[in-house]
Ligand binder design. Structure first.
Ligand code: ZN
Ligand code: ZN
Length: 241
C-alpha cells in the first residue's frame, strides 16, 4: 500500500488519484497532496511546516495545477506553511472554515512558530461550510463541519474513492484534544457520531497525525468512540494533539 520511503507515504486508492502524505514538523502533521492524474488538478491539505520538502515531493511526480490549499483547521501545525505555498502558487485558493479565522491573528503556539519558521497565514480566499463540494479534476470533496477540537474543524470526504481526511477530529485509536482554546468535548462527541453515522465502514480515514485507518476499524477499536457509546462515559483525550 505504501511506497518505500520510511516517512513519506503514497496511498494507492482509485485509478485516477495520486496521494502523497508528508509528515512535517516535530508533531508529524500529515500534509496531504492529492492530484487527479488525468487532469493534473491538485489540492494540498494542511501544509503545516517544511514547505520546501512538501514542494519537492509534489514536483517529483510530474506537472500539476494546484487549485486549492485547504486547512482542516487553523492550529499552527496545520497552517504554518500555507503562506509559503500561496507565494509559490498565487492562483491556488486557500480555503478554511470561518470558525477558525481567529487563530490566524491570535497565535497560541508562538515558540513553535519560530521553530518551524512559520509564514504569516494569508486570509482565506473563501470560507468553507458544511455541505460544500470542492472539485479537483474528477474528484469531488465534500466538506463535513466537525467542531470540537476547534470551532472550525472540518473533515473532507470523497465518496468515489471512499476516503475521509479527518484533521485532528479523529485519529487511529483516539480523538483530538479539546483542552485548547475554544475546544469543546460535547461538540467533538457529536461530530464523531455524525461521521460514524454518515460514512461507510470501508471508508479510509487519513488523519492529521498518526497512521491511516478505516471507519469500521475505529468503530471497533477506538477508545474515545467506545466511551461515547458506553453508559459511564468519561472520555480520556488524546494527550498530544
Ligand atoms: Zn489541532
Ligand atoms: Zn494537529
Amino acid at each position: 500500500m505504501f511506497g518505500k520511503n520510511k516517512t513519506i507515504k503514497h496511498l494507492n486508492i482509485g485509478e485516477d488519484v495520486f496521494i502523497d502524505i508528508v509528515p512535517v514538523s516535530l508533531f508529524k502533521t500529515n500534509s496531504i497532496f492529492i492530484k487527479s492524474i488525468k487532469t493534473k488538478d491538485a489540492v494540498l491539505i494542511d501544509p503545516g511546516a517544511e514547505g520546501e520538502v512538501i514542494l519537492k515531493e509534489m514536483e517529483k511526480f510530474g506537472d500539476f495545477n494546484l487549485k486549492y490549499i485547504i486547512a482542516t483547521h487553523a492550529h499552527l501545525d496545520h497552517i504554518g506553511h500555507v503562506g509559503f505555498f500561496k507565494e509559490k502558487f498565487p492562483n491556488a485558493q486557500f480555503l478554511l472554515h470561518e470558525g477558525d479565522l481567529f487563530f490566524l491573528t491570535e497565535n497560541p503556539f508562538s515558540r513553535f512558530a519560530k521553530r518551524i519558521k512559520a509564514y504569516p497565514c494569508p486570509i482565506p480566499d473563501r470560507f468553507l461550510k458544511e455541505g460544500d463540494i470542492i472539485n479537483v479534476g474528477n474528484l469531488s470533496f465534500e466538506i463535513i463541519h466537525t467542531p470540537g477540537h476547534s470551532p472550525g474543524s472540518i473533515c473532507i470526504y470523497e465518496p468515489n474513492i471512499s476516503l475521509v481526511i479527518t484533521g485532528d477530529t479523529l485519529f487511529k485509536g483516539s480523538a483530538g484534544r479539546t483542552d485548547l482554546i475554544f475546544g469543546n468535548e460535547e461538540n467533538l462527541r457529536a461530530s464523531i457520531k455524525k461521521l460514524l453515522e454518515r460514512l461507510p465502514d470501508e471508508t479510509t480515514v487519513l488523519p492529521g497525525h498518526f497512521s491511516i485507518t478505516t471507519i469500521g476499524e475505529e468503530k471497533k477499536n477506538n477508545s474515545f468512540i467506545n466511551r461515547i457509546y458506553s453508559e459511564n462515559a468519561s472520555c480520556p483525550l488524546h494527550d498530544s494533539f
